[in-house]
Design a protein around this ligand. Structure first.
Ligand code: HEC
Length: 234
C-alpha cells in the first residue's frame, strides 16, 4: 500500500514538473496566440531566414502554410522560398544529414513536431538562453539545453549573453534588436512552430467561435419557440 501511495506521489510530482515546464532558466511563459496572424507571418519569415537552412518542416507544404497564414503567393515565392522549391512542395531543408552530423555532432532535427514534443514554453526559453562559452565547438552553450550542438544563429538579432556565477544571463554585446524586441521575435517564431505542429489548430480556434455563436443564436430561437408553445397553457 505504501508503495502504491509513493508511486502515485512520484507520478504526481512528475506531472507537476511537466506542467510547470521544468526547472530550467530562464523559465518565462511563452504567451503565444494562434489567433494573431501577423505574429504567425512574422514567425514564418524569421523561420525561413534563420532556421530553414538546417531544420526542415517536412510535414508541411509551402502552399498550405501560405493559405493558413494569409500570405499572398507572390510574397511566398519572393520572400519566403530561398531554395527554388515550388509552392506545392514539402518544406524540406537543403542541409544534407550526413554533413550536418560531421559539422555539428548531431543532425539538426526536423522541427515539424517540436512544439508538441517540447512545448511552447520550453522553445521560447531555449531560443533566449544561448550564452558565450569558449569551451564549446561553436563558442556558445545554452542554459535550457546544456551542451547543445546548435550555433547561436540569432546572435545578429539578440547579441551575445554571458552567464554569471549566480546563474543569471546578461547581454555582453548588443544585437540589432532590443531585449524586448527580441522576446517578441521569439514569441512570433514559437507561435509559428506551434502552428506548424498542428495546422488544424488555427482553423479549430476560429471554428470554435462560430460554434459558440451558433449555440447562442439557437438558444434565443429555442427560448422564443418555448414561449410560443406554452403561451396558451396555464
Ligand atoms: C547551422 C545550423 C542550424 C541552424 C541555422 C539552426 N539550428 Fe537548431 N539545431 C541545430 C543542430 C545541429 C541541433 C541539434 C543540437 C543537438 O542535438 O545537440 C539543433 C537543435 C535545435 C533544437 C532542439 C531540438 C531538440 O532536440 O529538442 C531546436 C528547438 C532548434 N534547433 C530550433 C532552431 C530554430 C528555431 C532555428 C532558427 C532560429 C534554428 N534551430 C536554426 C542546427 C541549427
Amino acid at each position: 500500500m505504501k508503495k502504491i501511495i509513493a508511486t502515485i506521489f512520484a507520478s504526481l510530482s512528475l506531472a507537476a514538473v511537466a506542467a510547470g515546464g521544468g526547472d530550467y532558466k530562464p523559465n518565462d511563459p511563452a504567451n503565444t496566440r494562434l489567433e494573431d496572424k501577423a505574429s504567425l507571418q512574422r514567425g514564418a519569415t524569421l523561420y525561413m531566414n534563420y532556421c530553414m537552412g538546417c531544420h526542415g518542416l517536412e510535414f508541411s507544404r509551402y502552399k498550405r502554410m501560405a493559405q493558413d497564414l494569409n500570405i499572398q503567393e507572390d510574397v511566398l515565392a519572393e520572400n519566403l522560398i530561398f531554395d527554388g522549391s515550388k509552392p506545392g512542395d514539402l518544406m524540406k531543408t537543403a542541409m544534407p544529414n550526413k554533413s550536418a552530423e560531421i559539422w555539428f555532432g548531431a543532425a539538426p532535427p526536423d522541427l515539424s513536431l517540436i512544439a508538441r514534443y517540447r512545448g511552447n514554453k520550453w522553445l521560447y526559453n531555449y531560443l533566449r538562453a544561448f550564452y558565450k562559452d569558449e569551451t564549446r565547438p561553436y563558442g556558445v552553450n545554452n542554459t535550457v539545453f546544456p551542451d547543445v550542438g546548435m550555433p547561436h544563429v540569432l546572435e545578429p538579432l539578440q547579441g551575445m549573453q554571458y552567464l554569471s556565477e549566480e546563474g543569471e544571463l546578461a547581454l555582453i554585446t548588443e544585437g540589432a534588436l532590443t531585449p524586448e524586441e527580441y522576446d517578441v521575435a521569439i514569441r512570433d517564431l514559437v507561435n509559428f512552430l506551434d502552428y506548424v505542429g498542428e495546422p488544424a489548430k488555427v482553423k479549430r480556434h476560429s471554428l470554435g467561435v462560430y460554434v459558440l455563436l451558433f449555440i447562442l443564436v439557437f438558444f434565443v430561437l429555442a427560448y422564443f419557440l418555448k414561449k410560443e408553445y406554452w403561451k396558451d397553457i396555464h
